[in-house]
Design a protein around this ligand. Structure first.
Ligand SMILES: [Zn+2]
Length: 238
C-alpha cells in the first residue's frame, strides 16, 4: 500500500490523466470547388484573405472544409472533427460589411480589413467551439466559443483585434446565417476581451465605442480572468 502522500500524488496524477492531450495538431484546410460565379468569388476572397491560416494547434487533428453548401452557415461537427465554412456565409459577411462601408464612405483599405478580420473572427469562433469540445469543457455555448476565439485571435493575429472587434460590432444586428457573429451583448464581450488583451495596442476598440464606455476600464481584468480559466488550452505552433 503506497504512503498516503504517494497515494495522494497518484490519485492526482490519474485526475491529470483525464486532462487534454498536448495540443499539437495543425488544422488541415481544404477548399472545395465553387458551383457558381458568386460562390467562386467568395472562395477566392476567403483563400486570398488568409483568414484560415493559423498558428493555433488543436489537441487532435481537425479538418477545415470551405465549401459551397448553398446556405450561409459555419459549423463545428464534433463527431467528424470538422469545421465547415460555407461560401454563402463568406459572401453574406462581405456583402453586409461592404454595404456598411459604402454607407459610411469608409476607404477601401478599411473596408477590406473589416471583411478579412470578420472572416478570421468567424473561423476563430469555430476553432473556439472545437477547442471547447476537444478539451472536454462543460458546454458553454456561443459565449464560451467567443471567449476562446478572443484568446486565439489575440495570440495568433493581434493585428486583427481592432478590425475584428469593429466588424463584430457592425455585424451585431445582422440577420440570417450570421448567427455565430451577431448579438449586441456578444459583440460587446468579444470587443471587451480583445481590447483587454492589449489596451494600448487595441485602444481603438474603446475609442470606437465597440465596447461600452463604462465597461472598458474593466476589460483587462475580464481578459485576465478568461485567460486564467481557459488560456492553457490555447497553444501556438512553432
Ligand atoms: Zn457558434
Amino acid at each position: 500500500m503506497p504512503h498516503p502522500l504517494v497515494a495522494l500524488a497518484l490519485s492526482m496524477a490519474s485526475t491529470l490523466g483525464s486532462a487534454p492531450a498536448p495540443a499539437a495538431a495543425e488544422p488541415a484546410v481544404r477548399y472545395e470547388p465553387a458551383g457558381s460565379p458568386g460562390a467562386e468569388q467568395a472562395r477566392r476572397l476567403l483563400q486570398d484573405s488568409g483568414a484560415l491560416r493559423t498558428g493555433i494547434r488543436l489537441p487532435e487533428p481537425v479538418e477545415v472544409v470551405a465549401r459551397d453548401c448553398g446556405e450561409p452557415a459555419a459549423t463545428w461537427d464534433a463527431g467528424q472533427r470538422r469545421i465547415t465554412i460555407c461560401y454563402a456565409l463568406v459572401d453574406e459577411v462581405r456583402r453586409t460589411l461592404d454595404g456598411i462601408s459604402t454607407t459610411e464612405e469608409a476607404d477601401d483599405r478599411t473596408a477590406e480589413r473589416r471583411v478579412e478580420a470578420a472572416l478570421a473572427a468567424l473561423y476563430h469562433h469555430q476553432l473556439g467551439h472545437a477547442l471547447a469540445t476537444m478539451n472536454g469543457l462543460p458546454a458553454g455555448g456561443e459565449g464560451q466559443a467567443d471567449q476562446l476565439a478572443a484568446l486565439t485571435l489575440a495570440a495568433d493575429r493581434p493585428a486583427d483585434a481592432v478590425p475584428a472587434a469593429e466588424a463584430r460590432h457592425l455585424l451585431a444586428a445582422g440577420h440570417g446565417g450570421l448567427d455565430h457573429l451577431k448579438g449586441t451583448a456578444e459583440s460587446a464581450t468579444f470587443g471587451c476581451l480583445l481590447y483587454g488583451a492589449d489596451p494600448a495596442a487595441n485602444a481603438a476598440i474603446a475609442k470606437g465605442g465597440w465596447v461600452p464606455a463604462q465597461r472598458a476600464p474593466s476589460c483587462a481584468a475580464e481578459y485576465e480572468r478568461v485567460r486564467a480559466a481557459v488560456g492553457s488550452l490555447v497553444v501556438k505552433g512553432p
